[in-house]
Ligand binder design. Structure first.
Ligand SMILES: NC(=O)c1ccc[n+]([C@@H]2O[C@H](COP(=O)([O-])OP(=O)(O)OC[C@H]3O[C@@H](n4cnc5c(N)ncnc54)[C@H](OP(=O)(O)O)[C@@H]3O)[C@@H](O)[C@H]2O)c1
Length: 259
């Protein structure tokens, strides 16, 4: 009989993990054998449902409300994860919001709210977890968007915030190497509450699907599988990269155009 104790399960912290892409990430990581802590903004019912799904997979789970835009709450979320689940090996900065429509007359408050959640938020989360990720030789994944690299004046503030996320991943990857890998992930159109106004309108939904070489909208699980890869040892030589998961949509930015 060997005297060495088995390795403890790896632990992930996912921001915005109750619904949509974040929920799929939480469940995919749990299926991959990780215990998972996740945060949410307001929807306690959705959080409780997701937590129960993780428990049904036989993994430990911690769900807590925490505003991704606040540094003190990010620090508390990291501390609570360490206290409750023992360690942190993977951080996924997923929480994000859309911005105001259009590019003209965007209020200063709207700029600040979107940048606070979408750009400062991932920074606060990774910075708060950096020492622990160094200790565990862990990795961080920041959810950006293909909007980061396309002209998208209808959502200029959102696009700019996501371009910042891509840059953040590169700088943090350099800063935290060699112990910690940091990558960004850029989804295309994914069917969640965030895009409900489009994917529930048959004409708009079909027009978008036609412009995607894969011929369909993305599902949250499509994105989650890519997160599992970036968090895994299989991605051990990948850092500072942005993995695009969009069914080929960004090969050409043509919403609704016939190919
Ligand atoms: N859907 C797409 O097509 C798409 C495409 C590219 C990139 N993305 C990005 O993918 C990420 C997830 O998007 P999604 O479509 O899954 O969005 P979603 O359906 O709107 O879900 C967002 C989740 O984030 C949480 N959240 C929002 N603001 C938060 C805050 N300030 N602090 C903590 N949690 C917060 C929400 O909590 P509550 O449940 O409590 O409200 C919810 O669980 C975002 O970063 C988004 O920009 C989405």
């Amino acid at each position: 009989m060997s005297g060495s104790a088995p390795d403890p399960p790896r632990v992930a912290l996912v921001t915005g993990g109750a619904r949509g892409i974040g929920r799929a990430i939480v469940l995919a990581l749990a299926r991959d054998g990780l215990d998972v802590a996740f945060t949410y903004a307001r929807d306690a019912d959705a959080a409780a449902r997701t937590a129960r799904e993780v428990e049904a997979l036989g993994r430990r789970v911690l769900a807590r409300p925490s505003d991704a835009a606040r540094r003190d709450e990010a620090e508390t979320a990291v501390a609570a994860t360490r206290a409750g689940l023992g360690r942190i090996d993977v951080v996924v900065a997923n929480a994000g919001i859309t911005g105001p429509d259009g590019w003209e007359g965007v209020s200063t408050d709207a700029w600040h709210r979107v940048l606070d959640v979408n750009l400062l938020g991932p920074y606060f989360t990774v910075a708060s977890a950096a020492a622990e990720l160094r200790r565990t030789r862990g990795s961080a994944i920041l959810v950006a968007s293909i909007a980061a690299s396309s002209a998208y004046p209808e959502e200029l503030v959102y696009s700019a915030s996501k371009a910042g996320v891509v840059s953040l991943a590169r700088s943090l990857a350099y800063a935290l190497a060699p112990e910690v890998r940091v990558n960004a992930l850029a989804p295309g159109w994914v069917r969640t509450d965030m895009t409900r106004a489009l994917h529930t309108r048959p004409k708009a939904a079909a027009a978008i699907a036609r412009g995607i070489p894969a011929g369909r909208w993305g599902e949250p699980e499509d994105v989650a599988e890519a997160v599992v890869f970036l968090a895994s040892d299989g991605a051990r030589f990948v850092t500072g990269e942005t993995l695009v998961v969009d069914g080929g949509d960004s090969l050409v930015w043509t919403i609704g155009a016939e190919r």
